[in-house]
Design a protein around this ligand. Structure first.
Ligand SMILES: [Cu+2]
Length: 211
């Protein structure tokens, strides 16, 4: 990633310098200005730019990572963030339950291939809800905000343990705010989950290392 950024920066810098040199050199002998040609070139340039933009949008807009309202999720998981833990439930979480440390909530394991819609909110301050794969790479994320329900859709194609970390600095215990999602091939094999991620798990270590 760093190398790509450096390459883009260097190429872009070279192009910028070339443009400046070209403009500086071409401005030395003004002579007679061919205004008609300038106007025509301007129209051609604008037309080409607009056409390129339309073609680019045509091919890239369908790739935008926004949920298609027509897609129906296989299941809905409710999430509430609170300093410094997540609560997950298969049913909507009341504010009282979200705030009450004595209330323990859990969800049924997610089936591999299942298309899940998370409905995410927060009980106190803004948190982040970020799902990682087992190698600690970000799969998807959104904010968990008090007073709002953010919908996040994701299809879990492979079984495994998916760490979830808070992605928004939310206070002194932010780094401890984590949970995990268990995705199973056989839905009868898993157990309900809600607890914190064990610090010894390799998935947790990877996730923390890249956060
Ligand atoms: Cu946090």
């Amino acid at each position: 990633m760093q190398n790509i950024a450096l390459t883009v920066f260097l190429v872009w810098s070279a192009v910028t310098v070339a443009i400046f040199v070209f403009v500086a050199r071409s401005g030395r002998s003004p002579g007679e200005l061919p205004l008609k040609a300038y106007k025509r070139n301007r129209v051609i340039f604008l037309g080409a730019l607009l056409s390129a933009a339309v073609v680019l949008l045509f091919f890239t807009l369908p790739l935008a990572p926004y949920p298609n309202e027509g897609d129906v999720p296989d299941r809905i998981v409710y999430v509430s963030g609170k300093q410094f833990a997540f609560k997950l439930s298969d049913r909507p979480i009341s504010r009282e339950d979200a705030l009450n440390d004595e209330v323990f909530l859990s969800i049924q394991p997610i089936r591999a291939g299942e298309f899940v819609e998370f409905r995410i909110s927060a009980a106190d301050v803004t948190h982040g809800f970020c799902i990682y794969d087992g190698d600690g790479k970000v799969l998807t994320q959104t904010q968990a905000m008090p007073g709002y329900v953010n919908r996040l859709r994701h299809r879990f194609t492979e079984s495994g343990v998916y760490p979830v970390l808070c992605f928004e600095f939310c206070g002194i215990g932010h780094h401890t705010m984590k949970t995990q999602l268990e995705v199973v091939d056989d839905p009868t094999a898993g157990s309900p989950i809600a607890g914190s991620l064990s610090a010894e798990s390799p998935a947790a270590k990877n996730a923390v290392a890249t956060n």
